[in-house]
Unconditional design. Structure first.
Length: 128
């Protein structure tokens, strides 16, 4: 799990991102262009929908053999509790509609859903 605390949302790409992303060049330049197009649009949508202070869930991943066993909830609950204690919203995005019920069970609700131009999926924004 990777999450950002309030006021830690730089929303900019820097030189270190290039080095981290070097393995992506194996997928081809067109794929990288699509990923950058998506990321820039996602940042724009987030800036439109929410302002600091807020918590941001960048990533939560559970191996396929451990999915459905409550591990994602166990990872998220301490941070959700901290955000709730501080009365700060928690924001996340997903592209998989199968994830919506998982997040809704944790108290999130969809505040925006849209298609990003040239992307084959819907972009769901949720808040708790």
């Amino acid at each position: 799990m990777i999450a950002e605390r309030p006021f830690a949302h730089e929303n900019q790409l820097d030189l270190s991102d290039l080095f981290i992303g070097l393995p992506l060049f194996g997928f081809g330049l067109n794929t990288i262009k699509k990923m950058m197009h998506f990321q820039l649009n996602a940042i724009s949508i987030r800036k439109e929908l929410i302002k600091d202070p807020y918590w941001y869930l960048l990533l939560v991943a559970v191996s396929p053999e451990n999915q459905g066993k409550g591990f994602a909830s166990k990872l998220l609950k301490p941070m959700l509790f901290e955000a709730e204690k501080r009365k700060e919203p928690f924001f996340l995005e997903t592209h998989n509609p199968r994830n919506l019920p998982i997040y809704e069970k944790l108290g999130f609700r969809v505040i925006d859903s849209r298609k990003i131009k040239d992307m084959p999926f819907s972009h769901y924004c949720m808040i708790r």
